[in-house]
Write a protein that binds this ligand. Structure first.
Ligand SMILES: Nc1ncnc2c1ncn2[C@@H]1O[C@H](COP(=O)(O)OP(=O)(O)OP(=O)(O)O)[C@@H](O)[C@H]1O
Length: 348
């Protein structure tokens, strides 16, 4: 049974912007789900509707089998951490964390125990007396997380909580949050437009586009088996070649790949690590540049019509700029009309 159930929610803002369009999702207890998508795809609006900060125009949100669609945020079993942490700067860390517990009328000794435990959990034991403006950005975000966790919500909602931090700190906090999430087994929804963040943290990724779900699946499935060209292009690097299928072969100029699909226009999609190259003169592609990364090389290629491709190769010194090569896709997908038509079973 799912802890969170979202059924056909939509949000149309005054003025007519359709931010979320008939969105449904079930989240199991203890799961960490990332909402991933480009800016404006509706991720934050979905999260805000789960937290009660935005009213859906249509649809139903239920938590633990209870409908909460129109319940205000403070009466939902959810805790939300925003991109800007919005801590109370006139209170020290301890008071920031104790505030919500005091409102609930908990006795002082219980409050102290809970605050100390949560400070320990986020790596800030001993920081209770510090004013929040005497903390670094990363520490402030930890306090914001602790302030949500101390109230023991059933669902933790994180809206790009590391967006304002530098890359290094972001990676560290990402690991810490994943660690804490697994220790507490707390059901978590995480909004991000960073694919690395989603791939490294999530049990499941929901790729959003124009307020709708484009694909929802485990990270490795999203990467290996994208169902639409949008997902294929949004996650990782993907080469796309436009062409036609005729008599069981995908054709683009003098590139020809056997495919078991019906005739018609199609887009061939190949990951750089699945694109084999062999020297062949004349061949369908010309090497533009070779970058040697030590462990592997990245070859930039160009087809006759100007289409640019990337291939990851184990021996970069076998290739040089200006060389003519043939392409040997080891694994690929074919798309037609915005949908996956075929995918090779072998992974790259
Ligand atoms: N209060 C509002 N009033 C009007 N339009 C809004 C409001 N909030 C969001 N929108 C619009 O709704 C759409 C979805 O916004 P939302 O913030 O949910 O996207 P997002 O995927 O979270 O984007 P980002 O990654 O940039 O935060 C956008 O077109 C946005 O401009």
């Amino acid at each position: 049974m799912s802890l969170l159930s979202i059924r056909g929610i939509s949000k149309v803002f005054p003025g007519g912007t359709v931010a979320v369009d008939d969105f449904s999702l079930d989240v199991a207890s203890g799961e960490l789900v990332c909402l991933l998508g480009p800016s404006g795809s509706g991720k934050s609006t979905v999260l805000r509707m789960i937290g009660g900060f935005e009213r859906p125009t249509a649809g139903v949100v239920s938590i633990d089998d209870e409908e909460v669609t129109h319940v205000p945020p403070n009466r939902r079993p959810t805790g939300m951490v925003f991109q800007s942490h919005a801590l109370w700067t006139h209170m020290n860390v301890y008071k920031n964390l104790a505030f919500g517990l005091r409102l609930r009328g908990l006795p002082a000794n219980e409050i102290r125990d809970k605050v100390e435990a949560v400070l320990e959990l986020v790596g800030l034991a001993g920081y209770g007396r510090r004013m929040t403006n005497q903390l670094s950005g990363g520490q402030q975000q930890r306090v914001a997380l602790a302030r949500s966790l101390v109230l023991e919500p059933k669902i933790l909602l994180l809206d790009e909580p590391f967006a304002s931090l530098d890359q290094h700190l972001r990676e560290r906090l990402r690991e810490e949050v994943r660690d804490i999430q697994q220790r507490l087994k707390i059901t978590t929804l995480f909004v991000t437009h960073g694919q690395d963040e989603a791939l490294s943290m999530a049990d499941r990724i929901v790729v959003m586009r124009n307020g709708r779900t484009e694909q929802a699946d485990r990270p490795e499935v999203i990467y290996r088996d994208p169902q639409t060209p949008f997902v294929a292009g949004f996650i990782g690097t993907m080469n796309f070649v436009e062409g036609v299928v005729e008599k069981g072969r995908f054709m683009h100029d003098n590139l020809s790949v056997p495919v078991p699909v019906s005739d018609g226009r199609a887009t061939l999609a190949i990951r750089p690590e699945a694109l084999g190259l062999i020297a062949c003169d004349p061949g369908p592609a010309t090497v533009h540049r070779v970058t040697d990364f030590g462990t592997h090389g990245l070859v930039d290629l160009q087809l006759a019509d100007g289409t640019r491709l990337k291939a990851m190769v184990p021996e970069p010194d076998h290739f040089g700029a200006g060389q003519s090569v043939d392409l040997r896709p080891r694994a690929f997908a074919l798309f037609r009309d915005d949908r996956q038509l075929y995918r090779t079973s072998a992974d790259a």
